[in-house]
Ligand binder design. Structure first.
Ligand SMILES: [Zn+2]
Length: 86
C-alpha cells in the first residue's frame, strides 16, 4: 500500500492538494498571522498553492480574514506574497 498523502484545500482555487504543493499560513496563539514554510508552527493553519493566481484570489475573496477571523494587513499580504513567489 502506498503511503497516503495528506491533502489540504487551497483557499484560492479550493482544490484538494498534497501539502507539499501548498504553503501553510498560520495564526499563532498570539494572533499573529505569518507564512509557515516548515509547516510546524503551532496555531491554526490555512493553505494556499504556490501560485500567484491562487494567492490573488485568496486576497480578493477575503478568504484569509474569514478563515482566521482577523484583519489581514498589507504587511501580512506582502510577507505571504514573498513566500509564494520564491
Ligand atoms: Zn490553489
Amino acid at each position: 500500500m502506498p503511503k497516503k498523502t495528506p491533502l489540504r484545500m487551497c483557499l484560492g482555487c479550493r482544490e484538494m492538494k498534497p501539502k507539499s504543493e501548498l504553503i501553510r499560513i498560520v495564526k499563532s496563539p498570539e494572533n499573529e498571522i505569518s507564512p509557515d514554510p516548515t509547516g510546524k508552527k503551532p496555531g491554526r493553519g490555512a493553505y494556499i498553492c504556490f501560485d500567484a493566481n491562487c494567492f490573488k484570489r485568496t486576497v480578493k475573496s477575503n478568504a484569509l480574514s474569514r478563515t482566521f477571523n482577523a484583519t489581514i494587513t498589507e504587511d501580512i499580504i506582502n510577507r505571504l506574497q514573498e513566500q509564494i513567489e520564491n
